[in-house]
Design a protein around this ligand. Structure first.
Ligand code: GAL
Length: 790
């Protein structure tokens, strides 16, 4: 009876895939002996993956990652884990999968060298089977991570095993890693789901069963195909027709489940599951992008991989929050700058409805930094690119492959050969999606990547002045603004008047700007890099031309590193529409007013100024034909956007009190928005984005700390030091305030508010109960929030 039960279970779940994240030992430094089975790691720190050791360190100008890398430490680290494998697993294959290790990892099992992987963003697998001890004896996996060769990046990379690790146990006949390729084709009334499955064949009499399930969970159809090939690696092709398919779109991301099973007789010996979306899309040289035959602008942002205070250690909830904030802005696309993302990020994009430009490289053979991937490119690029395509090609969100960002080989003829080779690699594995590259050389005669003739879509970074002539300069080509803007802003900081647009630095020869004692940039959207332009300037052009498929704004969120335009102590970027802590800057509402249909009215700046100062007041709005502004009840006049205006403004002699704006459509009030002069900081308010989280050890609640005056107004320049006390079933995973030059640790339980706000990220433990988070500050009435964990 018991035996039967065990077999029944094995039949239901033939492939066991377990997270392999818990109970690792970690040590910063190098010790070659740490690879040995009997090495004594008892003094090492115990932790759970994913883990980024750089984010735990202190900022310093002298850290070799440099200011561009965020000034956080890197170096060498070792991880070890002891585990047991049951005697019954002897008849199985056992694999370890790393979703990403930054960087130069080397792995040993029980002292046997499994291999190395220089690329810090690629996923890879090792077969442990031949080297394991089964039964009572222990196994030791040891991983060396070497991020000591610096500088190797233009942005913050983090260090460590920062993505998930998995242990998979399969039968001897099995579907190998990334061994399925699912594509869809839409006809008039139905769609065909085509499934190509690889099977490692270890015995005769195997069959592959393919099943497709509709978004509501109902089985659409199944098909069984015998494996007749005599090869040890068989390829099976199966098709299932879906009548009246529910299409995948950014508004309704319908997903079909595809289950591929390997059968021996009636027994399921392996099972591989993925999701697909049925959709068509097209880039047209005249009409731009369309999804399911509907014209649509790509309203995208570029995103680096860090998660602010969490560093690069992946967390699904933190990534989901970023995407939710972007979705609410109307963003419909992400460019994974400039590397393959975590697999979970693509799952979220599939599920939430984002179009993804999945990028491979920031450099090829020619370096951007002394120690970057250029040194590994000759030996590794083919393998890395192939693995990226195989891993990601089943994701419906992925709609283009980018083989590189601003690659130096644009500027000489080696670009021709390399582009053709890379495009060839992609096409050999997936010819259902276009291949693009983010180019920075706008002159067709000087751009050798373009001259290769191999790209399906031309991605251009910047040079908006050349867009109008694109059809003339690049006859017959399809166009995407793969990177735009590079405007800067510090949330909550305003320089007024706003009559001029500034470019910092002013040229490639100019120094980074000194002089602003706060290392802040005004948030009025009027400062940009000399190679960029303001958010408004770009969006006006993108809107204008149908042949422009859309844009990817640099950048969605601030990220750690690349703190142009300032020297040290600036250590994180100013480019984000949203700050590092996830608080929107004002220009967020410009996009929201243009990229969504929901009614928007947003006023800036705050209303705490020196008496008599003339302050420029801006309003972003939509769904209305005018906005009227009032100061302390007096009308300051009605404004209407003219021509292609994206905001309206007033010059207002400051006087304390209430600034109120009212938007109207045909005389009827649509929205009203108020900003009040705040008094002295008096109390703390805590606002949790979720008050009920899962007891899975990973789930997060993002708690915003607001510094209020006695009347409940946000104090716009409050910078009180806030101390956090956490009790119960949670811990503080990170603290931030969105400041771009704060030297405070992301991990300590205290932080100064920045322009009235800061953020505490609370992480659930693995047992249910309650978390009590209290925030205190001198002279402030404290606040407490209770988060339930279930
Ligand atoms: C681009 C580059 C991005 C970022 C940006 C900053 O040229 O592709 O990675 O550096 O500039 O403006």
């Amino acid at each position: 009876m018991v035996l039967n039960l065990v077999i029944a279970k094995a039949q239901i779940n033939p492939r066991k895939v377990e997270l392999f994240n818990s109970d690792w030992k970690f040590y910063i430094g190098d010790d070659a002996k740490a690879k040995d089975e009997n090495y004594n790691d008892s003094q090492w720190r115990q932790l759970s993956l994913p883990h980024d050791w750089s984010i735990e360190g202190a900022f310093s100008e002298t850290n070799p990652t440099g200011q561009a890398g965020g000034g956080l430490p890197a170096g060498i680290g070792w991880y070890r884990k002891i585990f047991m494998v049951s005697a019954t697993s002897q008849s199985k294959n056992i694999f370890i999968d790393f979703d990403g290790v930054y960087c130069n990892s080397e792995v040993w099992i029980n002292g046997h060298y499994l291999g190395k992987r220089p690329n810090g963003y690629i996923s890879f697998q090792y077969d442990l089977t031949p080297f394991l001890h089964y039964g009572a004896e222990k196994n030791v996996i040891a991983v060396k991570v070497d991020n000591s060769a610096q500088p190797n990046s233009r942005w913050y990379t983090g260090s460590g095993i920062y993505r998930n690790v998995w242990l998979s146990t399969t039968a001897k006949s099995y579907i190998p890693q990334w061994g399925t390729f699912v594509t869809t084709q839409v006809n008039i009334k139905n769609a065909i789901v085509r499934m190509q499955t690889l099977v490692v064949v270890h015995q005769e009499g195997l069959r592959v069963k393919a099943s497709v399930y509709a978004p509501n969970g109902e089985l659409v159809n199944s098909i069984i195909t015998p494996i007749e090939s005599a090869d040890t690696l068989a390829t099976i092709q199966q098709n299932i027709i879906v009548g009246q398919p529910k299409l995948w779109s950014v508004d309704k991301p319908n997903l079909y489940k595809v289950v591929l099973q390997v059968l021996l007789g009636t027994q399921v010996i392996d099972k591989y599951q993925s999701f697909t979306g049925i959709r068509t899309f097209n880039f047209d040289k005249d009409k731009g992008f369309s999804l399911n035959e509907e014209p649509m602008k790509i309203k995208g942002v570029c995103m680096h991989h860090d998660l602010g205070a969490l560093g690069v250690a992946i967390n699904v909830r933190a990534m989901e929050r970023q995407l939710q904030i972007l979705k609410a802005m109307g963003c419909n696309a992400i460019r994974t700058a400039h590397n393959p993302p975590a697999p979970e990020f693509l799952d979220l994009c599939d599920r939430m409805g984002f179009i993804v430009m999945d990028e491979a490289f920031d450099m090829w053979r020619k370096k951007k930094n002394k120690q970057d991937y250029y040194q590994y490119f000759p030996e590794w690029h083919k393998r890395d690119l192939e693995d990226q395509i195989k891993r990601d090609r089943n994701h419906p969100s992925v709609m283009m492959w980018s083989i590189g960002n601003e690659i130096r080989e644009q500027f000489d003829s080696t670009g021709i050969i390399l582009t053709r080779e890379l495009v060839g690699i992609v096409k050999s594995l997936d010819n259902t999606r276009p291949v693009t590259s983010a180019l920075s050389e706008a002159d067709p005669k000087k751009n050798f990547i373009y001259q290769s003739g191999a790209l399906d879509v031309l991605g251009f970074n910047y040079h908006p002045e050349t867009y109008a002539d694109f059809p003339k300069n690049y006859p017959g080509q399809k166009f995407l603004a793969s990177e735009t803007v590079s405007g800067y802003a510090t949330r909550g900081y305003y320089d007024t008047p706003t009559d001029s647009t500034r470019h910092w630095p002013t040229s490639s020869k100019a120094k980074l700007t000194q002089g602003n004692p706060e290392f802040a940039v005004t948030a009025y959207d009027n400062v940009a890099a000399y190679w960029g332009a303001t958010h408004e300037e770009y969006w006006k052009i993108i809107k204008k031309y149908d042949f422009l498929s859309g844009e990817f704004v640099w950048s969605g969120f601030d990220f750690i590193g690349e703190p142009v335009p300032y020297p040290w102590p600036a250590r994180s970027s100013y480019y984000g529409i949203i700050d590092l802590a996830g608080f929107p800057k004002d220009v967020y509402y410009m996009y929201q007013s243009e990229w969504t249909t929901k009614p928007v009215l947003h006023l800036l700046p705050h209303w705490n100024w020196e008496p008599g100062k003339t302050v420029d007041v801006w309003a972003y709005y939509n769904n209305a034909d005018e906005v009227e502004l009032y100061l302390n009840g007096r009308s300051l006049g009605i404004r209407k956007k003219q021509g292609d205006d994206l905001h309206v403004s007033w010059k207002v002699p400051y006087e304390a009190g209430t600034l109120r704006a009212t938007s109207r459509l045909n005389g009827k009030i649509v929205l009203t928005e108020e900003v009040k002069t705040a008094g002295a900081p008096a109390r703390i308010e805590l606002v949790a984005d979720r008050k009920l989280i899962k007891s899975d050890g990973n789930d997060l609640s993002f708690v915003t700390v607001r510094i209020l005056d006695a009347a409940g107004n946000l104090v716009p320049n409050a910078d009180n030091l806030i101390n956090f006390i956490i009790k119960g079933k949670g811990m503080l995973a990170g603290i931030d305030n969105g400041s771009q030059n704060s030297m405070e640790s992301f991990k300590e339980p205290h932080r100064k508010a920045f322009h009235g706000l800061c953020l505490a990220i609370v992480q659930a433990m693995q047992s249910p109960g309650a978390i009590t988070l209290t925030a205190q500050g001198d002279g402030l009435k404290p606040a407490t929030v209770i988060i339930r964990v279930r």
